[in-house]
Design a protein around this ligand. Structure first.
Ligand code: HEC
Length: 152
């Protein structure tokens, strides 16, 4: 058993050590060399694309950075996976895009709107996510079950 004095010293020492570690990690996270965003590349197009993304509730079906709903494909790395041309075709299509069975909303976007959304996806795709999306991503490949369901 610790005496009262020892318990206090133990508590204060532990608090001090974890506080120092916490401060150290905070400085490490905020140092410019460890900045993983690409905030400097935010353009007016990207911002408009994000507004389109939000006002149409794309997250009601899709995920971005893993956040959102799981009805439709993860889109963080969609640019790498599909390329701008494919994405524009999906967004500008006047009929539902559904090569894999589930229906994407037919937004029939103008070319300008589609370009804004593509700019937004390009920007998102350039964030350094320590590999997220490249490995887990969509990906129908990671779930044989989902793949079977979609293909049948
Ligand atoms: C009602 C659900 C729903 C909403 C809302 C929705 N989508 Fe989709 N979307 C889908 C589905 C389902 C697919 C997959 C279609 C397929 O491959 O058969 C898809 C496919 C896509 C693809 C192609 C992805 C790929 O990997 O092939 C893009 C890009 C996309 N959607 C963008 C958007 C954007 C941008 C919005 C908002 C403006 C949006 N979606 C809103 C359901 C939705």
């Amino acid at each position: 058993m610790l005496s009262k004095k020892q318990a206090r010293a133990f508590f204060l020492g532990g608090t001090f050590v974890t506080f120092i570690i916490f401060i150290g990690l905070t400085i490490y996270s905020l140092s410019p060399g460890n900045d993983q965003t690409n905030e400097e590349n935010l353009s007016a197009e990207v911002v408009r694309g994000k507004e389109i993304w939000e006002s149409n509730n794309c997250m009601g079906c899709h995920t971005l950075l893993g956040e959102g709903a799981y009805y439709a494909p993860e889109l963080t790395k969609v640019i790498d996976r599909r390329g701008a041309g494919y994405i524009k075709a999906v967004l500008m299509s006047p009929v539902s895009w559904q090569p894999n069975g589930r229906k994407m909303v037919a937004y029939a976007m103008t070319e300008g709107e589609a370009n804004d959304v593509v700019a937004f996806f390009e920007w998102i795709g350039e964030i350094d996510l320590n590999g997220f999306g490249e490995v887990v991503g969509v990906d129908r490949k990671i779930s044989p079950l989902a793949k079977d369901k979609i293909n049948n």
